[in-house]
Design a protein around this ligand. Sequence first.
Ligand code: 6MZ
Length: 433
Amino acid sequence: KKHVHVEAKGRKGGQPCDESILLACRQIPKVELHAHLNGSVRPQTIREILEERSAAGEALPVTELQLKDITACGDRSLADCFRLFDLIHAITTTHAALSRIAAEVVRDFAEDRVVYLELRTTPKARPEYGMTKESYIKAVLDGIEFALSQQPGQQPCDTTSKDLSSPSRPGRGDGAPKGKVDGREAAGCTLGVMAPRMDGCCGVALSPADGPAAVTSDDSADGITDGVGIIVKLLLSIDRREDAAAALETVQLAARYKCRGVVGVDLSGNPYVGSWASWSEALAVARAAGLGVTLHAGEVYTPFETAAMLAFRPDRLGHCCRLDRELAEALRSSAIPLELCLTSNVLTQSVPSYPEHHFAELYVAGHPVVLCTDDSGVFGTTLSREYAIAATAFGLSMSALMELSRKSVEYTFANEQEKQRLRSIMDRASATT
Ligand code: 6MZ
């Protein structure tokens, strides 16, 4: 494809894209398929949660030095990343914190003109905070739904409207996130009122709040004010530290919460930990339950495991940085769509530099690829920035990036009606790019 020049100018770390390219990428309606909730938390929110806990007289779970490490973006080894995630997890321990960060992450992606977001998170039981895996999921969904209900063009939060929610939705109407979201008080606002539903169940769509992403024309057929909007879905992650029973519990919860927008499961976590045999059965159960399955594969060189993952034929794979020639060929012939995270892979040294990222080779070969952020908070990036890096490192034109985004719609776990809506958003944007 004539747009690709793999010898281009990207460099490791730093800011390998210029402002004008970044601004142009912000105008592209985008699809985010690989974003971890606790990796996408704003550094400022981490600080505020700690301040609140300190003001409440709690002993803080991290030192000043560790806090600096969490909130500074930059090169870190994969092992350091996982130490960092443990620290973040020690901070985002409460239902209120989870709801808050979920709401803010949705808002951040919407403002970056992401029109479809599949957010993923690992449900965690924390008995000391009265949290079960199920209550964790509900808190995250509450946060997502709260963010959606707050967007312009939506009905206002209304504590009298609980009965409008579908009776088939478990846990509805049990309260908005307590405390602050985006610096605004969220407590007391009931989540019974939702954005217009896309599929008679949990699909939600709304308009981005403001910024260059906002489109003001009212051309939607389904009552959404600006015709662009964001659709948000949730994937539940199995952490590689979990055993077969814990993995199955997560899958069962994912199936139970399909009615609130859970569309799939992910396998992630420290790639040096655990073994495929522990999770493969649970993942097969997920597939049988009609959930999408995506796996982190080949983030480090684990050829036997990567081969087993390819043989499982998941709906999507993440990373696939370290494949030998045989595995690379197996991946190509599988045509399994790949979620690629440029900044994450370069900063963690899973790939040596942007120009050497396997995106280029796969893109040229016509393999289905989607650009994603991975952990926008930890790596200090946005999806627009990932697009801008691709433009700079591989010489992709804006229309090539637009086409990349348009194709990403086909790899989502959205239903056909939602895909249709996304296709029309992409078609309209393509006409002007
Ligand atoms: C593998 C990753 C990851 O689930 O608590 N996670 N797993 N590779 C990566 N590359 C950098 N980045 C994030 O979000 C944080 C969790 O997502 C997974 C890890 O399991 C991490 O603990 P949640 O919301």
